[in-house]
Design a protein around this ligand. Structure first.
Ligand code: ADP
Length: 187
């Protein structure tokens, strides 16, 4: 099963993706986590990523598309995956569609976790204290919300057109949201 998890920063995608990954037995692929790992390791990709990620800007599409194409062909993803953080632009969504078509794969569902803006800022500010992510600094948080509305929200319309979109209310406990997701994908 190939699932896409989508939603504004702080919507709880990472938390839900981990739960889903365990429940369904398929890997969780987070492009944000991959970039943070590269940055921590100080690789050339990590050094490039640092210029974008810490300020809350998006990495160039061609770089991210190359990374995801590579992951898609890796052995652990042979039976499916939960893709979290990609696509983040309409061009990435179009490239993903091509990659899937070429390989005879289908996207089973695109789950959009929706939460109000006020809650996003509150959650990210709290996470900044716990995880010490440079992009959870107030100016970067605000920029990520602007970037989300401008570049990423239009991706929803792309998948609406494909009939794949499932809206999930992101408020409530982690377990409540997880139950809503399971209901949405088993319907
Ligand atoms: P969030 O918790 O804000 O949803 P992620 O952990 O998914 O964030 O990603 C953190 C950052 O990594 C993004 O703000 C962006 O700079 C970069 N990034 C991750 N995925 C992509 C992508 N598909 N395209 C461009 N940039 C990306």
């Amino acid at each position: 099963m190939h699932l896409l998890l989508f939603g504004p920063p702080g919507a709880g995608k990472g938390t839900q993706a981990k739960i889903l990954s365990e429940t369904l037995g398929i890997p969780h692929i987070s492009t944000g986590e991959m970039l943070r790992q590269e940055m921590a390791d100080g690789t050339p990709l990590g050094l490039k990523a640092k210029m974008y990620v810490d300020r809350g800007n998006l990495m160039p599409d061609d770089v991210m598309i190359g990374i995801v194409e590579h992951v898609l062909d890796s052995a652990p993803c042979a039976n499916g995956m939960i893709l979290d953080g990609f696509p983040r632009t309409v061009d990435q969504a179009a490239a993903l569609k091509d990659m899937f078509t070429k390989r005879g794969l289908v996207i089973n569902a695109v789950l959009v976790i929706e939460i109000p803006h006020e809650l996003i800022v509150e959650r990210l500010t709290n996470r900044a204290i716990i995880e010490n992510r440079a992009d959870d600094e107030p100016r970067s948080i605000l920029n990520r919300l602007v970037v989300y509305d401008k570049n990423t929200a239009p991706v929803k319309h792309f998948y609406e057109g494909e009939g794949l979109l499932k809206h999930i209310a992101g408020i409530g406990t982690v377990e409540e949201v997880a139950r809503r997701i399971m209901t949405a994908i088993t319907q």
